[in-house]
Design a protein around this ligand. Sequence first.
Ligand code: F6R
Length: 365
Amino acid sequence: DKGEYRHFMAKEIHEQPEVVGRTLAHYVDMAEGRVVLPEALPLDFANLSRVYITACGTAFYAGLVARYWFEQIARLPVEIDVASEARYREAPLEKNGLTLVISQSGETADTLASMRYAKGQGQHTLSVVNVPTSTIARESSVVMPTLAGPEIGVASTKAFSCQLTVLLCLAIAAGRARGTLDAAGERRLIDGLIKAPGLMAEALAHEPAIEGLAREVAKARDVLYLGRGTSYPMALEGALKLKEISYIHAEGYAAGELKHGPIALIDESVPVIVIAPHDAVFEKTVSNMQEVAARGGRIVLIGDAEGAAEHGLDTLATFTMPALDPVVAPIVYAVPIQLLAYHTAVTMGKDVDQPRNLAKSVTVE
Ligand code: F6R
């Protein structure tokens, strides 16, 4: 039931404050300011030398964000690959190590196969899945469910933000176990995290302005998305979301890679969506924005007031997200990224819930 919404995708975007809140309540002891994993893991994070992550599409991008979190918060090295490669690479995985698989449906053929490969190598498997009765949930050693509820729109939205939420909780738990995060540090991160649902609601309030910008983006043939740090996988996700429902060619790049090729594409016809909260790498991203501006590129900044006051450049549009702990930025910034793809596709008259050539659950490789 779409309720008051025109499409399931719109409904699912708007449900995010609620479902992220529900997922958080499941993994966080709010009073203690502490992550509580519902199931005992059959392994100790303190003894792990690395974690392997495998997934497809949007779930893979959630894994790419998590790589920054595991490395920065828990000093835990991460190896990550798309499942369609991971299953055939014949990577040597150490016995009793950890493979983390991420999947909304829990039925994606490549993700399942890469999980089975890891099991065959003697790895423990931890799945972050949205469908608790799915094959991946059943076959993994431990399940950490995302509590997004059924996701009907083919483009993943609320499952993605819930995956990020679970993965950040897991990285926090890993940091505690590895002694890289003390109780005060954990409480600070939890304080940031429990604000996320309210901040997502604030982000949703930008919808009318994003809809206005979507009419411009709908005229473009190509769109570039740029970001650094955790905003880099968010740029990849933004580009995927736009291309899969609007059929506009879009590419996500690490902002620092701009000068290594994609800068050749920049002119006034290519909107450049820059995802840049005011974090440790913001200044570096500004220098990339300057390169874009110098070539007549039209910049759309998804950032915050602090950054907007600092960069001094003309933009086609600026969306000012609420101030937040940069660690949780991906969860909140998912909202404007999804809204832009949604409204661009709707403006173009596309079927956003059932885009051509795509299936909700990819059970063949
Ligand atoms: C993009 C999208 C796909 C899925 C991918 C993995 O919006 O929905 O890229 O993320 O097919 O699907 P799951 O998460 O079900 O394994």
